[in-house]
Ligand binder design. Structure first.
Ligand SMILES: [Zn+2]
Length: 114
C-alpha cells in the first residue's frame, strides 16, 4: 500500500522521502522535498502542522509517553495528574499512528527511484 503526497499527489515510495505531518488528529504524508515547499506556502500548511517522523519528535514522544505513564499509573497531583497523563499521551499516540499507518508499510530505502 502506498500513500499519495498531499502536495504533488504522486505516490511516496520509501521512508527516506517520507515526511508525515500532524494537524490535530489527522496525519498527512508528504515527500521530503514537497514538505519543505509546502512549509513555505503558509496558506497551504498551517503553523501547527508539524513533522512527526524525525528524530527530535521521536525523542519528545518517548519522554511524553514516560511522563504520561507516570501520571496515569500513579496518583501524583490527583485529577490534574490524570488530565496531564491524557494530554501527554497525544505526542506518542500520533508518533505511533504515523509509524503504523505510513512508515511501516514502506521500504526503508529504495535505490533508483527515478
Ligand atoms: Zn510530493
Amino acid at each position: 500500500m502506498t500513500h499519495a503526497c498531499r502536495y504533488c499527489q504522486k505516490p511516496i515510495r520509501d521512508r527516506d522521502e517520507l515526511v508525515t505531518a500532524a494537524k490535530w488528529f489527522s496525519i498527512r504524508p508528504y515527500h521530503y522535498i514537497c514538505y519543505d515547499q509546502a512549509a513555505r506556502e503558509v496558506e497551504r500548511i498551517g503553523d501547527n502542522e508539524k513533522p512527526l517522523n524525525n528524530m527530535p519528535n521521536t525523542i519528545i514522544s518517548i519522554i511524553m509517553l514516560a511522563v504520561s505513564i507516570f501520571f496515569l499509573a500513579g496518583s501524583a497531583l490527583g485529577s490534574i495528574g490524570d488530565l496531564l497523563g491524557v494530554l501527554t499521551l497525544y505526542p506518542p499516540l500520533m508518533r505511533i499512528l504515523s509509524y503504523v499507518r505510513y512508515e511501516h508499510p514502506l521500504p526503508v530505502f529504495l535505490e533508483n527511484k527515478r
